[in-house]
Design a protein. Structure first.
Length: 195
């Protein structure tokens, strides 16, 4: 189990490490849409397919990110955390996921051995972590906090809409909203008695 210090530390990948498996993606227009009631159904359908493809390799699956928070505007992309015994052991999950349409796009050994696979239609970002990874806890806590705190949910939505204005890649958009995200994390960690 990760310690409070590990959970509350804001960690970034090594900037010298290129995460892109097939080179950086082309810039795309980031679009924020109103909350869609079908997002939970889209997650359940994707989760069923992933579980069927991977069987006991799946330690856990969870719908995370903005599409998992009812009422929150978001990019129309379902984010899923997949927990496996060891993300480095790609042969245990990448070929099976490739067969159902996922493409390994990101490999970040310096950031919790994170892997990300993308499904083009419907859009899914499948984030792979190991069972002791603090990011799994951070993601769950962030979504739970936004569900319970409408003022922070509104602030986060405002930050997302403002971040869209700069254009560029999704990572640029993420960087522009990072200050707000980290401020919300700090509030929720303090409320949980972790700071």
């Amino acid at each position: 189990m990760p310690t409070f210090e590990e959970i509350t530390r804001h960690q970034d990948p090594d900037p010298a490490e290129s995460p892109w498996v097939h080179g950086p993606p082309a810039p795309e227009t980031v679009s924020i849409v109103a909350y869609k009631p079908e997002w939970p159904r889209s997650y359940r359908a994707a989760a069923t397919e992933i579980r069927a493809a991977l069987g006991p390799v799946v330690v856990d699956l969870e719908h995370v990110g903005s599409t998992s928070v009812e009422g929150l505007a978001a990019k129309d992309v379902i984010d899923i955390d997949l927990t496996v015994a060891d993300p480095r052991d790609e042969k245990r999950y990448v070929p099976q996921l490739t067969r159902i349409g996922y493409i390994l796009t990101v490999r970040e050994p310096s950031w919790h051995e994170h892997r990300c696979l993308m499904l083009a239609e419907p859009r899914v970002n499948l984030h792979v972590f190991g069972p002791e990874c603090p990011e799994l806890i951070r993601h769950r806590m962030f979504c739970d906090w936004l569900r319970a705190h409408p003022e922070d949910r509104a602030q986060y939505e405002d930050a997302k809409r403002a971040a869209v204005q700069g254009g560029g890649r999704v990572m640029d958009y993420n960087a522009r909203k990072q200050e707000t995200v980290r401020a919300i994390y700090d509030r929720l960690f303090r409320a949980a008695g972790m700071l």
